[in-house]
Design a protein. Structure first.
Length: 449
């Protein structure tokens, strides 16, 4: 059994506005890594003032061993922490027991409660707010059911100081879950309709996927055109003017869609919430409608932080593939981002080591722009094939309107005028070619009558 604790003493008490946290983690074997939970705490607005780890089997009552909980109490006192953030799935009674050993007023927060807190802070759209609320309710439901079971077993209204059990609470949670699912389903139907409208307008849909802090939002800003897709809030309620890019987890929670600059094609690029390790199924499922932007894209760019270790990159690539291939049918292009942070020769080594899970990655630096031109070319190469078409139209105002429409929805390779006719050679999505042919047939029919 091993463990460690560290923290700096302070001479002054924190003000009411300060959020000071000790982060703690228990693992069954090996050494506990507190990097991610520290980043999550910072993203939620906490100042991490101490760390504690333990390697041992789980204690049913306290998660940690009783002696380690006493060590945690002393660390909290030395650092004047206002919260203990545990990077484990802590049961309700373990939470109660740990809290009972800490100074009064110190909150005990587990990993998933912290993630939900961050999501709540970032939820700026109705859809995001509903998904956060759904996740919170799904987190609370088994705890309400556990309290019900124990209350009935003990034949008393409360258990271990957790409060009086009210059977209506459980029913109310289930009712709220059902209502939120119905509203999210309605939003999803509207979003699918918008996606089809965009495809009918000639746009290819490209989604950015990957873990938090991989640089997806920075890459989107690098690829995006200056003009927003549509400023009509009624048609695009989740459309933001820009995608933020900060060195912070979960900067993007809702979806952000912008037009991307490509040589031939009109591409809409969507950035969405990042993946994160060890999320329970109920939390992933709560944000399933957000991931529809990835699942229903024409192409997915899987962005990976190339400055991380090979082991971290491999683990995230494998997990991402499991998530994406479960429902996604579009091709996936792996993007090694942040190559500006790599030493000479390091990129080649990582390409070789990860060839089994990333056989042909595109290496870029969203920060400097290196490799972005190659990425644009790769995007156009990987998107579904366009059809070539030649139209010969009678020269008229209606024909010129059709020529203009083809320019807006495809790529015109040649446009020639002779003998009161205009000949148009172009490439476009099959649906656009079909519509252009139909319009041309109408013009020819009108001309012959």
């Amino acid at each position: 059994m091993t463990g460690s604790a560290q923290g700096a003493a302070t001479d002054t008490k924190p003000t009411a506005a300060e959020r000071r946290a000790v982060v703690a983690k228990r693992v069954e074997s090996g050494s506990a890594d507190l990097t991610e939970i520290t980043q999550l705490a910072a993203a939620a607005g906490y100042d991490v003032v101490g760390e504690l780890t333990q390697t041992r089997t789980e204690d049913a009552a306290f998660m940690f061993g009783k002696g380690k909980v006493a060590e945690l109490r002393d660390l909290v006192r030395r650092t004047d922490a206002t919260a203990v953030i545990v990077d484990n799935d802590v049961g309700p009674y373990q939470t109660f027991n740990i809290g009972g050993e800490l100074p009064e007023g110190v909150e005990v927060i587990d990993r998933f409660t912290l993630i939900l807190e961050i999501f709540g802070q970032r939820a700026n759209t109705r859809k995001a707010q509903l998904q956060v609320e759904l996740a919170e309710l799904r987190y609370e439901l088994p705890r309400a059911e556990a309290k019900a079971s124990l209350a009935k077993r003990d034949e008393r209204p409360g258990f271990m100081g957790l409060g009086e059990y009210d059977e209506s609470v459980e029913r109310d949670i289930k009712r709220q879950i059902s209502e939120i699912r119905d509203e999210l389903e309605s939003i999803a139907e509207k979003e699918e309709s918008r996606r089809e409208q965009r495809r009918d307008s000639g746009f290819d849909l490209v989604a950015l996927a990957g873990y938090t802090n991989a640089g997806k939002s920075t890459l989107m800003r690098r690829l995006a055109a200056e003009i927003d897709v549509d400023e009509n809030a009624e048609r695009h309620p989740d459309l933001d003017r820009t995608a933020e890019s900060q060195d912070m987890l979960f900067t993007t929670l809702g979806t952000t869609t912008r037009r991307a600059e490509m040589e031939k094609r009109d591409v809409l690029l969507t950035d969405t919430v990042g993946f994160i390790a060890d999320l329970p199924h109920w939390l992933v499922e709560s944000f399933e409608s957000t991931l529809d932007s990835v699942y229903r894209a024409d192409l997915v760019l899987l962005v990976v932080d190339a400055s991380e270790s090979v082991e971290e990159m491999r683990e995230k690539l494998v997990t991402s593939h499991d998530t994406l291939y479960e429902r996604n049918e579009a091709p996936i292009v792996t993007v090694f981002n942040k190559v500006d942070r790599l030493a000479p020769g390091e990129l080649a080594d990582k390409r070789g080591a990860l060839s089994g899970v990333a056989p042909d990655p595109v290496a870029v630096s969203a920060k400097t722009g290196a490799g972005v031109a190659e990425l644009r070319d790769r995007v156009e190469d990987e998107l579904p094939d366009w059809e070539r078409e030649r139209l010969v139209l009678p020269l008229s105002d209606d024909a010129m309107s059709l020529v203009s429409w083809v320019h807006d929805h495809g790529h015109v390779e040649a446009e020639t005028y002779a003998d009161d006719q205009v000949t148009l050679d172009f490439e476009a999505k099959p649906s656009i070619v079909a519509r252009a042919r139909s319009k041309a047939a109408e013009l020819a029919s009108a001309e012959s009558t």
